[in-house]
Design a protein around this ligand. Sequence first.
Ligand code: CP3
Length: 350
Amino acid sequence: MGSFNDRFLRACRREPVDATPVWFMRQAGRYLPEYRALRERHAFLDLCRRPELAAEITRMPLRRFAVDAAILFSDLTIPLLGMGIPLAIEEGSGPVIEAPLRREADVSRLRLLEPEADVPFVLKAIRILREELPVPLIGFLGGPFTLACYLVEGRAARDFARTRALMFAAPTTWHALMERLTESLRRYAMAQIAAGVHALQIFESWIGILHPQDYRTGVHPYLRHLIESLRPMGIPVILFGTGTAALLEDLAETGATVIGLDWRVPLDQAWARLRHRVAVQGNLDPAVLLSPFEVVVVHAERILRQAGGRPGYIFNTGHGLLPETPPDTVARLVDWVHAYRWDPPMERRG
Ligand code: CP3
């Protein structure tokens, strides 16, 4: 077996690296023709539920690109399915939940996840991959707020107003819901760690729709508890959200090892606000990848210049790769990021 590439893990710990590590959210997905070919023969949720197929899709981007990490192929709704909530994934919009959860009684019926019994296929896929991958395997889960958004709304919605309304109008129901989701997610995360993931990313994708004060009262204690309970396991935890410019300091206060940034904040300012005490990941607008490569380089270079050669930056997009992304652009970008060397600004000579 070849050597194990630990650049990504070193960067999570803010240790020096020989080149900037890079991977992409949704790197195992629809922009890859080989994924679409497999998808023609299987329903999406079947791909998630069959460990050999999920492992095969996880490997797809590694065959094409020199990425420094693999992300498990799955979906953030899988633990909800495991908890017995009937749902479908609709092409183009995402998860649809048959019976959205709106009342106290709906919440008390919510069963806690038992990962080994409810989602054994996820753990099996991790065990297969852990044995053979030349790069770290990232497991993932949705954040409690983002899962609540789908559970309450029933499907993707603009700004999830019904979810926010429930949080304001029925705080007891809200806190009961967050408590149950957080405990299920804690178990799910622990099971993924026990099965062998090297790092975990929490996709709290929609957290940026909250006012910071409402985030503090309605979500922060749960995210913090979740992340603190994982800390003794000693693996990096990446906390990702979109629209988080007003929340960055709070998100770092959860104890996450790495903060995932979208593209709406300048990397240098965001990292300075976090006093460089955590690692950061992301920041490239995924729409940039639909441009000619000269344009891609301009944006990538701006980000790497702002990272300033500091240990603890992981190159990624600010949200998932778009289905229209040309795989060739991704391949060239990965090599370009690896070849980039940061030079300190030239001193003015007299
Ligand atoms: O990053 C990876 O490559 C790993 C796989 C992964 C998927 N979903 C595969 C997927 C990950 C990490 C996710 C997480 C996920 N799922 C999130 C959080 C990330 C984010 O984008 O904020 C969310 C919100 C979901 C819910 C969900 N599932 C959505 C919004 C969609 C897309 C709907 C669409 O058609 O645009 C899905 C389905 C899904 N998840 C697909 C894939 C490859 C496409 C399904 C298909 O093949 O038809």
